[in-house]
Design a protein around this ligand. Structure first.
Ligand code: DOR
Ligand code: ZN
Length: 352
């Protein structure tokens, strides 16, 4: 990778955690992602969720139809299935044969469209055994949901109550701790003993690398900075940025870009999710540059993800340029509009 203060070249990145929804909305968000990324892991938390191979195949067909309509032929969706209390070992084997790249664990009630999620991980042990046996990764929304646990502690408590026991019971199951938000998670993933095997990784979002929880309350309530897991204190942001820029291949890019209409965010009980897809790479570049680590961006964005999933690295190069760009105040979203992350603000880096 060549590196200069005004331009960076890197192998084209992939987004290892993305929500594109369905129908009319999907077409408006897909183009933003495909402009920057070659592939993306497509989250299955639709209404109803994508729980079977047949549903995933139908969803993939709808995605491909939209890509065709948009004239995009260079973008590959990587499909996932939504784990439930009733997922069978058979469905896991069928998923492996069908090219599904992972299952997603949503603890029931943890976030958007998680009502059909897992009520107790013990209910999933047969499916998890099958996943471990066939080499199917488990992607984890790592938060406990009990009302007694403070919302800012839910990720750290999940590590002790769920993740650590799970890793003991399934030492060879590949897992990705998604969109980590705490120092505890960053250090847990960094230090996890895996017997020399590459079994545990984590994704990091642009919002958790760039903002702390003050951003939700800056001068008034800021619904567009609200996502789950919720932003944490500054010491956590610093630890996440250190992990992302460390060159450790266990940490890689996953935007968790999660579109909700402006109306669904700016209301009495607003939805969780930040729409970062519009200029996600520019946001990551800003975060890496803030600690003088632009030279570590390519590994994080383009190499460590495919290496973890045993997929080939991309070969095409892209260029990011340091050229001020103002993020639009709103973008079209089906018959509504969406407010992107950092709307109306100027950011330094964007795709050439
Ligand atoms: O903020 C979030 N939004 N976190 C999630 O885990 C889900 C996502 C969504 O689908 O809207
Ligand atoms: Zn997500």
């Amino acid at each position: 990778m060549s590196n200069s203060p005004t331009q960076i070249q890197l192998i084209q990145p992939d987004d290892w955690h993305l929500h594109i929804r369905d129908g009319e909305v999907m077409k408006d968000v897909l183009a933003d992602t495909a402009r920057q990324f070659a592939r993306a892991i497509i989250m299955p938390n639709l209404k109803p969720p994508v729980t079977t191979v047949d549903l995933a195949n139908e969803y993939m067909t709808r995605i491909r139809t939209q890509l065709n309509l948009l004239g995009i032929d260079h973008f590959t969706p990587l499909m996932t299935l939504y784990l439930t209390d009733n997922t069978s070992a058979d469905e896991v084997c069928k998923a492996k044969a069908a090219g599904i790249v992972a299952f997603k664990l949503y603890p029931a009630g943890a976030t958007t469209n998680s009502d059909f999620g897992v009520s107790d991980i013990k209910h999933c042990y047969l499916a998890l055994e099958a996943m471990q046996a066939v080499g199917m990764p488990l992607l984890v929304h790592g938060e406990v949901t009990s009302v007694e646990v403070d919302i800012f502690d839910r990720e750290a408590v999940f590590i002790d109550q769920v993740l650590e026991p799970l890793r003991k019971d399934f030492p060879e199951l590949k897992m990705v701790f998604e969109h980590i938000t705490t120092l505890q998670a960053a250090h847990y993933v960094r230090d996890a003993a895996t017997g020399g095997k590459n079994t545990l990784a984590a994704t990091l979002t642009p919002q958790h690398l760039l903002m702390n929880r003050n951003a939700i309350f800056a001068g008034g309530i800021r619904p567009h900075n609200y996502c789950l897991p919720v932003l944490k204190r500054e010491k956590h942001r610093v630890a996440l940025l250190e992990a992302a820029t460390s060159g450790n291949p266990r940490f890689f890019l996953g935007t968790d870009s999660a579109p909700h209409s402006k109306g669904a965010k700016e209301t009495a009980c607003g939805c969780a999710g930040c729409y970062s897809a519009f200029n996600a790479l520019g946001l990551y570049a800003e975060a890496f540059e803030s600690v003088g680590k632009l030279d570590q961006l390519e590994g994080f964005a383009s190499f460590f993800g495919p290496d973890f999933y045993s997929l080939p690295r991309n070969t095409k190069q892209i260029t990011l340029v340091k050229q001020a760009q103002t993020i639009p105040a709103e973008l079209p979203l089906g018959d509504s509009v969406i407010v992107p992350l950092r709307a109306g603000e100027t950011i330094a880096w964007s795709l050439s």
